[in-house]
Design a protein around this ligand. Structure first.
Ligand code: SF4
Length: 427
């Protein structure tokens, strides 16, 4: 479930995010959004019921963003209750909430635990104040440590941090410092991503049905400057350093960008890489039925809200978050009475978006590429497919593969650095 609100926008961010007045204050759109999200949740569950497939209890629920920790815990509890009612949630399921570390962003962690959250994913990014400033982040390094300590006190059993490398101005020393401080703080999981500065406009992803928002001119200029400060060779060295340091602290590498203590690998993200089915709600969210259908919601909030709350002109609505629960309840069933003050003149309908049906060759290639992202690699039956086997022959000849257990094949350390070379040959 995507929560597309942040207090401010980071210039490198390509997620679907609305900030500033949309996120808080009298003109905030959070209340309408939550009502629309509740309506989408019911429509997606209805569609699954009608398909005859039926919902299986979820092994994982993920509230991503944006900054879901801006939501009041009561709203998180209500959303999770609705998910439980309509889809089912397995006992012991992983329930992750993404949070930003700043004191005005990380929210009420104790309240989130009471709502059912079991795992926290913190957007730390760096433990160097100068890098955080350069990245346009609101928080300071000390906020990350405070958030980790608070999460532990709240009883969150699994704490993950996101960190960035290939940041302009970053050095081996600052990267070592960032990782060392976080590891000393006892985090359970680290996602280390190279700073990517794509241009979603140039890639054609920002049209009315696109899953990205247009890049703002200021962010575009920032990215152009930042690109000049990036370096592939330095990025490779920082990746190798991370792999070594994290292993020394007992975090095992399990996916190209992810390391975890035993038992703390992200079940949610593993579902993506295992090509499992997943539902997705909110603007820009992508869902997959396990094959062959992939669908996505368009990124724009206006279209999303007006489809799901058809009687509520999104541009003029000023519902407060506190009143969202009643609006959400109304929106969560087409037969429900309109929330107070609303005139419901049409039923909610699914938001705009798109879909693609993967042909067998694309499905097979995707399965191989996703599997090769993982430390467990791919089995012989996938490796033997002709298009995959040709690419793997090339990769083996360049030292990019190694043999795993039971005839499995995985990327070598050098292969991890050059994974896109392998993937482009499989695709
Ligand atoms: S806090 Fe995260 S989601 Fe929000 S704008 Fe920054 S990078 Fe994007």
């Amino acid at each position: 479930m995507h929560v597309p609100f942040c207090l401010s926008l980071c210039p490198y961010c390509d997620f679907v995010v609305y900030a500033g007045r949309s996120a808080r204050g009298p003109a905030a759109r959070v209340g309408d959004y939550l009502a629309a999200l509740a309506a989408e949740l019911d429509l997606r569950a209805d569609a699954l019921d009608a398909s005859g497939v039926g919902a299986r209890p979820l092994r994982s629920v993920y509230l991503g963003g944006g900054t879901p920790s801006l939501l009041p815990p009561a709203e998180v509890a209500r959303l999770l209750d609705q998910v439980r009612r309509r889809f089912g949630i397995e006992d012991g399921a992983e329930v992750t909430l993404e949070a930003n570390p700043g004191p005005d962003e990380r929210g009420d962690l104790t309240g989130f635990v009471a709502a059912g959250v079991t795992r926290l994913s913190l957007g730390a990014q760096s433990m160097e104040a100068s890098e955080l400033r350069r990245l346009g982040r609101r928080h300071a390094p000390g906020d990350v440590l405070a958030a980790v300590a608070e999460a532990r006190r709240a009883g969150i059993g699994s704490v993950s941090v996101d960190v960035l490398y290939d940041v302009p101005g970053q050095t081996e020393a600052t990267w070592r410092h960032t990782l060392g401080v976080l590891l000393d703080a006892g985090v359970d999981h680290v996602s280390a991503y190279a700073l990517t500065l794509d241009d979603p406009d140039a890639e054609g992803l920002t049209g009315p049905l696109g899953d990205h928002l247009p890049t703002r001119p200021g962010a575009r200029a920032w990215r152009e400057r930042a690109r000049a400060g990036q370096d592939d060779d330095r990025a490779a060295e920082l990746y190798l350093l991370a792999d070594e340091l994290l292993a020394r602290y007992g975090l095992q590498w399990y996916e190209l960008s992810n390391w975890a203590r035993p038992g703390h690998a992200s079940r949610h993200n593993l579902a993506y890489w295992h090509h499992d089915a997943y539902e997705a709600l909110g603007p820009g969210a992508h869902a997959f039925d396990g094959g062959p259908l992939r669908r996505w919601n368009a990124a724009r909030l206006d279209g999303y809200i007006s489809a799901l709350l058809p009687a509520t002109p999104a541009a003029t609505s000023t519902l407060s978050t506190a009143s969202a629960a009643s609006a959400a309840s109304a929106a969560s069933a087409a037969t429900a009475a309109p929330a107070e003050g609303r005139t419901r003149d049409a039923s909610p309908r699914l938001p705009p978006g798109g879909e693609e049906r993967l042909d067998p060759a694309t499905f097979a290639a995707e399965e191989a590429m996703l599997g090769l992202r993982l430390a467990e690699g791919i089995g012989p039956e996938i490796a033997a497919r002709p298009a995959v086997a040709r690419a793997l022959d090339w990769a083996r000849g360049h030292g990019l593969l190694e043999d795993g257990e039971g005839g499995r094949i995985r990327l070598s350390l050098r292969g991890r650095l050059l994974s896109n070379e392998v993937f482009s040959r499989i695709a």
